[in-house]
Design a protein around this ligand. Sequence first.
Ligand code: FAD
Length: 487
Amino acid sequence: MNDLYDIVIIGAGVSGTYIARELSRYDLKILILDKDNDVANETTSANSAIIHAGYDPKPGTAMAKFNAPGNLMFDKVCKELDVPFKRCGSLVIGFDDHDKETIETIYQRGLTNGVPDIRILNHDEVLEIEPNLNPDVKLALYAPTAGIINPWELAIALAENAIDNGAELKLETRVTDIKKEDDSYLIITDKGNYLTKYVVNCAGVYADDIHNMVAKPSYSIRPRKGNYYVLDNSVKNLVDHVIFQAPTKKGKGVLIAPTVDGNFLIGPDSDFIDDKNDNSTGMDNLNYIKNSGLKSCPSIPFDKVIRSFAGLRATSDHEDFIIGEVEDSKGFFEVGGFESPGLSSIPAVAEYVVDLINQRHGGLRKKDDFNPTRRPVIRFNHLPQEVKAKLIQKDPAYANVICRCETITEAEIVDCIHRKAGARSLKAVKKRVRPGAGRCQGGFCGPKVVEILARELGKDWSDIPYDSSKAYILTGETKEESGGENL
Ligand SMILES: Cc1cc2nc3c(=O)[nH]c(=O)nc-3n(C[C@H](O)[C@H](O)[C@H](O)COP(=O)(O)OP(=O)(O)OC[C@H]3O[C@@H](n4cnc5c(N)ncnc54)[C@H](O)[C@@H]3O)c2cc1C
């Protein structure tokens, strides 16, 4: 006998977790499934982390409908869930008459899309607020509502809050097929089957594959890869706003963005690829990013790069988000083609999807005891000295600094393992509290984090993976590996 759920959400990226959290306001049995061993392991963990103001999408598209309203919803949700978010504003800079024309077009789009307070700045005004930009800059579109966030931290917080409000999360559970039954769907996974009234497909670059399990094929997704550089957080005052170049057909172009954690991101480029699992970086791509970034800001210190990474945009042949109930499969909802500005739009998209489910259900019943907040996260390094001293008195593990680059303590790592949707891998700990995100990239703290994970989870060191469950760090004793020889 299969468990009966009201709603199964496929995918625990930012779209699945946001929708789960909004649905957990209602009296519903909710299950979130993800094939990976952590929340937000795919596109949500590799993007520009910008909450776009909303001037970019063409009026009339779903992107335009959801971006600007979604942007304005971030202050509330981030306050409730204790997720760092900063409205730093953005500039789209232009160097010639062609860029000027583009900037004027997106300014008009912004007005049509309802983006608040946008305006065009001249050469002097731009350099006054961003003195490190290329002095050849002619003008810029200024959007004060643009912001920066840590997208995976948002998704983790949303999952945690949804679970606190009764939702279930099953990781390492891959959906392999879906069968339509009379008034329900049977979700077939590699870990068992689940019966549900409604399904929400939030499977990122795989959303078309999930769609095709139940419905007539109506769109296809071909990933568009973007590579990035990350600069060390010793680089200060490079830029205060997110700096874009005038967009082209290929997208928003190479940007320079501060992050909420004090680093700078430079990227992305844009290349279609065929393999939905390929997030390798490429030297040619990174060189293009370097040259393009230097055009915006000639003083970017590329000798301070600590990391490169790549993310996959879920670009569909509709060139827009595909959001709603699937026509030939009532009760099956989806968030497809959810490329940029998906992150920025998700609060408004989630509200819309919940409204559709509400209508299909004929009225959902609100819970009286929904709790919109999550237990705050202690960020030890950011606390005043006297608060640090009190914490150490209460729990000496706050005095044991595991990550020297980012000053992350053992107590913070232990907490992130034992929270709902807690960390199970080295990367999952890095995503939550940042050991390994600094200059040494885990060279020093990696083994110590593995040791803490093994101790707290009651596992052997060799059972702690780096990332997905097959990416093991330790495969056995050194002497065994070398056939008993001393190395
Ligand atoms: C280079 C780049 C830059 C971007 N920059 C921005 C930006 O600055 N601002 C912005 O607003 N947006 C940006 N975006 C877009 C944004 O990142 C996405 O819209 C958002 O992260 C998509 O989230 P998601 O939950 O839909 O997908 P994902 O995060 O990919 O989540 C999908 C989940 O589904 C799971 N899944 C897939 N198949 C199955 C299956 N068969 N069974 C179980 N689980 C499955 C996956 O494991 C995954 O966890 C950018 C994207 C990229 C790639």
